[in-house]
Design a protein around this ligand. Structure first.
Ligand SMILES: [Cu+2]
Length: 129
């Protein structure tokens, strides 16, 4: 009796309170290396695995150093020396650094537009010693 219930709710102006199962789920980060909160060592590769196949041109990622041992008030420092590549299944983006990341705290900030055409963003924070 799902349809009559929806019609009744709409008639009462309550359609927004009816939980609707979206046909397309919003893109999510399924996994990363290093993982969020990880204490890593000698990191030269960062991977982001998404919940669905993505078009590489719909995804952006930056690596930002936010803290460094022994340095107070470290300004955000954009790490640029990496190249991005994609897995054959279109779900995993790999950022390969030219040199391992120096000791410090990093944010990997990503933004992706999935099949539902909604942009989602997120951040993975980890520490390198
Ligand atoms: Cu730094």
């Amino acid at each position: 009796m799902r349809i009559p219930a929806l019609i009744a709710a709409a008639a009462l102006g309550l359609a927004a309170t009816v939980p609707a199962a979206p046909l397309l789920a919003q893109v999510k980060l399924a996994a990363s290396t290093p993982a969020a909160g990880a204490k890593a060592k000698g990191t030269k590769v960062v991977t982001l695995t998404f919940s669905e196949k993505l078009n590489p041109s719909d995804v952006g990622a930056t690596i930002v150093m936010t803290a460094m041992p022994g340095m107070k008030d470290h300004p955000e420092m954009l790490i640029r020396n990496f190249t991005a590549s994609w897995s054959a299944d279109g779900k995993t983006m790999t950022l390969t650094l030219k040199k391992p990341l120096p000791a410090g705290t990093y944010d990997v900030r990503w933004e992706a537009t999935g099949a539902d055409r909604r942009a989602t963003k997120g951040v993975v924070t980890f520490t390198v010693s």
